[in-house]
Design a protein around this ligand. Structure first.
Ligand SMILES: [Zn+2]
Ligand SMILES: [Zn+2]
Length: 160
């Protein structure tokens, strides 16, 4: 009897209904993938919050080439007489947002407090660099976008 029924179903193109079995595993997969997505997002935000500090070798090269006086002795805050060490973060001019890179030409030794102050007063920063240029120091005012600066940075690291 059963065989006959199956044969008749096949004739009419009837298929067995497997929908019930497929639905239940799909629900489990959805809930699992949602959990893993949440974990992934948390990790990504932690990595993004890391800032990239100036490499120690580059800071050493800046102090060697430009000296250890705050802003080469032209600092309007401390008078330029304070000594800068590799523990202080050099100032980017041009700023990083304006194309400044971790190279000696774009980095200026300065004390932490003076660094903060110069960021709060862009007009004072401009005056200071104008004064430096008048004193014969070569100041980069703008970065040419077409120039390939990563290559220059590699050279600086190799030489030191
Ligand atoms: Zn200073
Ligand atoms: Zn700075």
């Amino acid at each position: 009897m059963e065989r006959d029924l199956n044969a008749e179903l096949a004739k009419y193109g009837g298929n067995p209904k497997p929908t019930k079995k497929q639905k239940s595993p799909k629900k489990e997969l959805n809930s699992k993938s949602q959990l893993s997505k949440g974990e992934g997002l948390k990790r990504k935000t932690k990595l993004k919050s890391k800032h990239n500090p100036i490499p120690l070798e580059v800071k050493k090269a800046v102090l060697e080439e430009k000296g250890s006086l705050c802003f080469l002795g032209h600092c309007p805050i401390c008078g330029g007489m304070a000594r800068v060490t590799v523990k202080d973060d050099a100032h980017h001019f041009p700023h990083r947002s304006q194309g400044g890179k971790d190279i000696v030409e774009h980095l200026w030794p300065c004390r932490r407090d003076c660094h903060r102050a110069i960021h709060d007063a862009p007009w004072m920063e401009r005056l200071m660099f104008q004064e430096m240029e008048t004193a014969g120091i070569s100041v980069v005012w703008k970065v040419a976008v077409k120039e390939q600066l990563p290559d220059v940075r590699k050279k600086v690291v190799d030489n030191s």
